[in-house]
Design a protein around this ligand. Structure first.
Ligand code: IDP
Ligand code: MG
Length: 172
């Protein structure tokens, strides 16, 4: 995060959740987010495993909806895919949260993404189609959880060099 006199350049993590993907809302969501005039500096499709899901939502552990939330973000109810993106620009966190809308899709502004496309299931899960970081500390933690430095088009946090040797699958 870089601060000038009155401009704060921030980054924020946006996830199009499995319900957003299965409903083919990717285009609509990215189109609406372009109103923010922010720049995408990273994007990838991720199949979310339990460890990533539980780490991402670790602050909500203990909530009665936690187990279902983990199943939801892992794609058990829709598709095992999430589109993860990093947006950057002036007041990125607030701008994206404004477009995203309130957590509860029923009380979210009807023109916000969650107000437009979200729903509450009969078992009480808020299927609200998008995630957006809520403060700079969360944004940093979440971006570092979902992305490696080389997956972003620029260096936004401090990095270090490390010797890594591991087996990986390559094209035949
Ligand atoms: P946020 O996504 O607006 O930041 P959080 O409180 O961080 O809201 O909750 C994370 C996610 O957990 C929400 O987006 C929603 O999918 C789900 N959630 C939050 N509160 C509730 C609830 O009271 N009932 C069911 N699901 C909830
Ligand atoms: Mg949150």
């Amino acid at each position: 995060m870089v601060e000038n006199d009155d401009v704060t350049i921030e980054q924020t993590l946006v996830l199009i959740k499995p319900d957003g993907l299965v409903k083919s809302l990717t285009g609509n969501i990215i189109d609406k987010l372009s109103e923010s005039e922010l720049v995408i500096v990273g994007a990838k499709v991720v199949s979310v495993d339990r460890e990533l899901a539980e780490t991402h939502y670790r602050d909500l552990k203990g909530q009665k909806f936690f187990d279902e939330l983990i199943e939801y973000i892992m794609g058990t109810y829709h598709t095992k895919r999430v589109l993860a993106m990093v947006y950057e620009g002036e007041n990125a966190i607030k701008r994206v949260r404004h477009i995203t809308g309130d957590t509860n899709p029923e009380s979210a502004n009807p023109t916000s993404l969650r107000g437009k496309y979200g729903r509450i299931t009969t078992s009480g899960v808020f299927e609200n189609v998008v995630h957006a970081s809520s403060c700079p500390e969360d944004a940093k933690r979440e971006i570092q959880l979902w992305f490696k430095p080389h997956e972003l088009t620029k260096v936004i946090y401090d990095t270090r060099e490390e010797e890594v040797t591991k087996r990986e699958t390559v094209w035949k």
